[in-house]
Write a protein that binds this ligand. Structure first.
Ligand code: DOR
Ligand code: ZN
Length: 333
């Protein structure tokens, strides 16, 4: 199979940023995707409806939102029932960051035991909870150490839709089997790289992200879930642009900018494993069922035609910059 047409591909975890970066990156996602879950970790974070509405308006200036649905999220804090009831129709979920675990998460949750009242409101209102699930432990263990939190939340709030964002470990994949209300996004880069690619040779700042890429056996577990179309797993790029100056620096910022290469690289990955038809589930169908969203109808065709990934988009270096992918997008309708 040398060709596939995807119906309304979706990116269920995306950083669009603001200002000039928003102007640069939003059209790149809107070109290839029919919708995306947009993260709220701006400075300051989006944690009120007026800020959310203003951000939506800026996104609409940056790209064509008739062809690309930006599904916005609120940054987790203690919200009242009334605040969340008022926000419900304008958000796809609320994103929880433990304090300080990643970029722009200084305003995140310090004490995870104090969040139950807000979670009760989310559950009652049918608003999904999206979670950056990492502790402050040893960097390779942070996700695994967080899994008991997911277990507690899944058990205590059985009707709450919980999305474990950007999972990176075999244990997180296995946890999906324990609770029906747990779901997960998986990034492109965590399907392709391990810690060896980041730091096994010369340090690769453009592959540095949170959570850090893990071991080969973890990547295999992620691949198995994605390639078999696990129904509670969705593609979420976690495409997180930082300017080159912030990446190629002492104190490299965390984030892999993958939005413009995501579909070609996924097509290559699925085709190489002879499961190209499963890509539709991973990049669209599962997400539609989990979030009950209806994206604009788009048809994105990919073909096995080599494509050299640009060295940069403005000040941002993409995942795979300068390499040649075996697939490319050949038609966008
Ligand atoms: O690598 C990451 N970058 N991980 C995150 O969780 C946040 C993101 C960002 O916003 O740059
Ligand atoms: Zn993210």
């Amino acid at each position: 199979m040398d060709r596939i047409t995807l119906e309304s591909p979706l990116d269920m975890h995306l950083h669009l940023r603001d200002g000039d970066t928003l102007t640069l990156v939003a059209p790149l996602s809107a070109a290839d995707f029919a919708g995306a879950v947009v993260m709220p970790n701006l400075v300051p974070p989006i944690d009120a409806l007026d800020a959310l509405d203003a951000y939506r308006a800026r996104i609409a200036v940056a790209c064509d939102t008739a062809r690309f649905s930006p599904w916005l999220t609120l940054f987790f804090r203690a919200y009242s029932h009334d605040e969340l009831a008022a926000a419900r129709r304008q958000i796809i979920g609320v994103k929880l960051y433990p304090e300080g675990v990643t970029t722009n998460s200084a305003g995140g949750v310090r004490d995870l035991r104090g969040i139950d009242a807000t979670l009760e409101h989310l559950e009652a209102l049918g608003i999904p909870l999206l979670v950056h699930g990492e502790t402050h432990g040893f960097v390779m263990d942070r996700e695994r150490e967080f899994l008991p939190v997911y277990r507690r939340l899944a058990r205590q709030f059985p009707r709450l839709t919980i999305v474990m964002e950007h999972i990176t470990t075999r244990e997180a994949v296995e946890l999906l089997g324990e609770y029906d209300n747990l779901h997960a996004t998986i990034t492109l880069h965590h399907l392709l790289i391990t810690l060896d690619d980041v730091a096994g040779g010369l340090l690769q700042p453009h592959l540095f992200c949170k959570p850090i890429a893990k071991r080969p056996e973890d990547r295999e577990a992620l691949l198995h879930a994605a390639l078999t179309g696990h129904p509670r797993v969705m593609f979420g790029s976690d495409s997180a642009p930082h300017p080159r100056s912030a990446k190629e620096a002492a104190g490299c910022a965390a984030g892999v900018f993958s939005a413009p290469v995501a579909l070609p690289a996924l097509a290559e990955l699925f085709a190489d494993r002879d499961v190209l038809p499963m890509l539709q589930r991973f990049v669209s169908d599962n997400a539609r069922a989990i979030y009950r969203v209806t994206p604009p109808l788009r048809r994105i065709t990919l073909e096995r035609v080599p494509w050299r990934v640009p060295d940069h988009y403005g000040a941002v270096v993409p995942f795979g910059a300068g390499t040649t992918l075996a697939w490319q997008v050949t038609a966008r309708a």
